[in-house]
Design a protein around this ligand. Structure first.
Ligand code: NAD
Ligand code: AKB
Length: 316
């Protein structure tokens, strides 16, 4: 029987992916975990355990207790928070991945999912249609941890046959949760300001284009790669996936169509430099060829959906 452990389940991605996996496999097949014990209240019908992923023995004990067969290892420190505490970012992002991969090898787990990021690229990578394989010189601790993590995933697949799969997500945008310390967070925050009719101060310059993805596309991509036949997965580091690319002034204009009194100003901070080191658009040909990836949401479709859902939430 499939039994899935999710780490970092209380985060922006985990809080949505946990429900999606519970719908797909059944609630009894999921164990949600997070270092934040309040995260359990997000999943009242799903078993929840408090788990600090840097504690290898706790990870092992929970895996044994629930006879886990798959791990979705989402817990991480994101780019902006990572620059404020590099040692913590390295410990959480790197040590925990090695524990999960070693556990998968020892216990012969069926599958592992681990997200990477466009942060593996750096200022020397091509900015447009960044290829699957190209120069990678990341300039954040977060990016370095994701780049090294990708190589560890590939290593454990090649040397030990661990069936680990991974996606390089762009900035993720969803209405169900708030983002957790990334450089792309503005693209979620801006919608929350628009629906509550508050002006927005953006921490990036208005013309800073970044690759982004609406959460329903990200959840579908995750489930698709994990359900793909093993022989369709030709990349064992991490797949480029792409959906849309825009700058703050473009997302602002798409919101303005629906919220004509909304206003924005720009006060770039340390995250500007991080954003300028990342690609502007991503080539995801390999994911399309291998397991049929195709995004559905463009900017205007996402804006309509985000605003409608946030407004519904606001008005109960
Ligand atoms: P998030 O910051 O919203 O959530 C991370 C979760 O991990 C939080 O609930 C936090 O409590 C938990 N956590 C932190 N330290 C922990 C520890 N020591 N032990 C256990 N749990 C701990 O992040 P997210 O946006 O949900 O990202 C999930 C994954 O997706 C990460 O690996 C991230 O790198 C990747 N990713 C996210 C994005 C994005 O735009 N959100 C883009 C690319 C990749
Ligand atoms: C971040 O900004 O750190 C994340 C990411 C793109 O990995 N959203």
């Amino acid at each position: 029987m499939t039994k899935i452990l999710i780490t970092g389940a209380g985060g922006q991605l985990g809080s949505e992916l946990t429900h999606a996996l519970a719908s797909f496999f059944g609630k009894e097949s999921i164990v949600a975990t997070d270092i934040n014990e309040n995260a359990g209240s997000l999943f009242p019908e799903i078993p929840f355990e408090k788990l600090d992923v840097t504690d290898r023995s706790q990870l092992l004990a929970i895996t044994k207790k629930h006879t886990i067969t798959q791990i979705y290892h989402l817990a991480a420190i994101l780019s902006a928070t990572g620059e404020k505490n590099p040692a913590l970012a390295w410990k959480v992002n790197m040590d925990s991945l090695l524990s999960v991969l070693e556990l998968a090898k020892e216990k012969q787990l069926d599958k592992i999912y681990w997200p990477s990021s466009i942060a593996v690229f750096g200022p020397s990578s091509p900015k447009q249609h960044t290829p699957q394989r190209t120069i990678q010189e990341p300039q954040t601790v977060y990016g370095i941890s994701k780049q090294a993590g990708e190589q560890w995933c590939n290593y454990y697949f090649q040397k030990h046959g661990v069936d680990v799969r991974s996606l390089r997500y762009p900035g993720l945008i969803g209405y169900k949760s708030l983002p957790g310390g990334g450089t792309t967070d503005y693209a979620v925050d801006i919608y929350h300001h628009a629906v509550t009719e508050k002006p927005y101060t953006c921490f990036l310059k208005k013309d800073t284009t970044l690759p982004m993805m609406y959460m329903p596309d990200a959840i579908r991509a995750t489930i698709e790669i994990m359900n793909a036949p093993k022989d369709r997965i030709s990349i064992r580091s991490s797949y480029n996936i792409s959906a849309l690319s825009f700058a703050p002034e473009e997302i602002f204009n798409s919101i303005l169509v629906h919220c004509p009194t909304f206003s924005i100003d720009y006060q770039p901070d340390f995250r500007q430099e991080i954003a300028e080191g990342w690609p502007q658009s991503i080539d995801d040909t390999q994911a399309a060829l291998d397991w049929g990836w195709k995004a559905e949401f463009n900017l205007d479709k996402m804006t309509q959906d985000m605003l409608r859902n946030l407004q519904n939430h606001l008005h109960g």
